[in-house]
Write a protein that binds this ligand. Structure first.
Ligand code: ADP
Length: 484
């Protein structure tokens, strides 16, 4: 991998604690390239005690960091952003090597991830409080916003860069210090971010990157250590529930970006070509491995066959392969577990009567490759109606009317993203209001941006990332009542 990088020093295999690069007390662990199956790097495996040490460092650094002016914090974050953009090609190469997504998509993630650092750096100057007219003649009321303190993050492998910047950027902008435990599949994108943060002049201890295979031990340290005041997590609802329970003992503030089960609805008045294009981006981006990927595609009866045929043609144009190779649109899945989940859902739908329109098999390119797949005749009785596939399986459900599809779309414990394609304005409003989701895409399959509040309702999570709302997750409100 080093030989592919313009700046090989971006490949950092140690942990970053208190401005130092350190080895792991538990030795090292292997990072595997999911396309080729070979070892990309051996990375420091931290013990719980080392994680506690990093929290101490963050705790010490935070007070001073919080005393910087917003403009001063903004300047360092801007420098970090610039360095990420300058090194975007290398960061994308590292990302693809450890995670598998095609290079162009990895580059897109680096730019997207960096946008949060740019945006929240700017927001650092705008952490406004409030004055409220007093309730008595001699009373003056001020509301100030202050950083929560040390924030700890646990993030997944599907966006090894952006899931960290989405959390670190608002935290640092707010004046919090940050300890990040990246997914063990993809620690190199996180350590590379630390290399650049260090170069940007972020003070020692303000950002710490802590690779470790002992995820549950690290999770416990984050929840039980009194010096941590905020936990921010992206991952499955199952692990989110565990962390929320653990965090309850300290009544710790939590932000949770959890699972989704996104419906993608195509009404009979939709622009079908646009709907197919949206479905392709929404379903097959990152090979179906995002929490906002369409999991259930509902198509109104009148356009069902036409949509299915167009989708099939578009899917057959995808090129499966090693993300580092030219012209590849679709990489491998992350590991065998991901393949198993696709096979389980596919087996379930075909057993219960659905038809494979295209794909449906593991590819001979390598163990983690699966053909992009479309199935028709899917119903609410099948597993995919309730569970996230997190893979390249597009199941097409048929519906007749608006009320029916809204009921089906909302029939889930999840509520992250939903999408629909329609032109009739009153229908657009009615459906947008009725969908029980934190994010709704209307006539678009791509909704992620740093300027909008991303987050779920129901069991998809707590809190929002992005937009001016996103920084609130890292701020406390203090009300000062003064008698004059
Ligand atoms: P995914 O399927 O996307 O990996 P998970 O929820 O299983 O979703 O994992 C998300 C992140 O949480 C990963 O970095 C994983 O290592 C970590 N993790 C898993 N279990 C725990 C736990 N009990 N405590 C803390 N972190 C955990």
């Amino acid at each position: 991998l080093k030989s592919l990088l313009k700046d090989p020093s971006l490949l950092a295999t140690q942990a970053y604690i208190d401005g130092q690069w350190v080895d792991g007390d538990n030795g090292t662990f292997e990072v595997i390239n999911p396309a080729r199956g070979d070892v990309v790097a051996e990375v420091a495996d931290l013990s719980r005690a080392q994680v506690a040490g990093a929290i101490d460092a963050a705790y010490r650094a935070q007070k001073d960091w919080a005393s910087w002016t917003g403009k001063e914090r903004a300047a360092v974050l801007r420098k970090w952003y610039d360095l990420i953009m300058e090194n975007a090609d290398d960061l994308a190469t590292i990302l693809t090597a450890e995670m598998g997504k095609p290079l162009a998509e990895a580059k897109g993630e680096i730019v997207y991830g960096a946008s949060f650092i740019e945006f929240f750096g700017e927001e650092a100057k705008r952490i406004y409080g409030e004055t409220i007219p007093g309730h008595q003649r001699d009373k003056r009321i001020t509301v100030m916003k202050q950083p929560i303190g040390v924030a700890a993050s646990i993030t997944p492998w599907n966006f090894p860069n952006a899931m960290i910047t989405r959390k670190a950027a608002p935290a640092l902008a707010a004046g919090c210090a940050f300890v990040a435990r990246p997914a063990e599949e993809t620690p190199l994108s996180a350590t590379a971010l630390a290399v650049l943060a260090d170069r940007a002049g972020l003070p020692a201890g303000v950002l710490n990157v802590l690779p470790s295979t002992s995820s549950s031990e690290v999770g416990k340290e984050f929840c039980e250590n009194f010096k941590v005041r905020k936990l921010t997590f992206t991952g499955s609802t199952e692990v989110g529930r565990i962390l929320l329970r653990q965090a309850a003992d300290q009544v710790m503030k939590c932000s949770m970006e959890l699972g989704g089960n996104a419906p993608f609805i195509v009404f009979d008045d939709a622009d079908l070509d646009a709907a197919v294009e949206g479905a392709m981006m929404c379903k097959f981006r990152n090979n179906g491995q995002t929490c906002v990927c369409a999991n259930r595609i509902y198509v109104q009866a009148g356009v069902y066959d036409a949509f299915a045929e167009k989708l099939k043609i578009a899917v057959e144009k995808l090129t499966l392969g090693d993300g580092l190779d030219e012209g590849v649109t679709t990489g491998p899945l992350i590991n065998q577990g991901a393949i198993d989940k696709v096979l389980e859902h596919l087996g379930d739908v075909t057993e219960k009567g659905a038809t494979i329109l295209t794909g449906g098999r593991q590819s001979n390119l390598g163990a983690n490759f699966f053909e992009p797949t479309v199935v028709t005749g899917v119903t609410q009785a099948m597993k995919v109606a309730k569970e996230e596939t997190f893979g390249p399986l597009a199941p097409l459900f048929k519906f007749e009317d608006v009320d029916e599809v809204i009921e089906m779309a909302n029939d889930t414990i999840f509520g992250l993203a939903a999408y629909f394609y329609a032109k009739d304005l009153s229908r657009v409003y009615k459906v947008a209001e009725a969908l029980e989701y934190g994010i709704v895409g209307v006539n678009t399959g791509i909704i992620s941006t740093e300027v909008a509040p991303f987050g779920g309702v129901k069991q998809s999570g707590l809190g929002r990332e992005g937009s001016h709302h996103g920084i609130e997750d890292y701020l406390e409100m203090k009300y000062v009542c003064m008698a004059v």
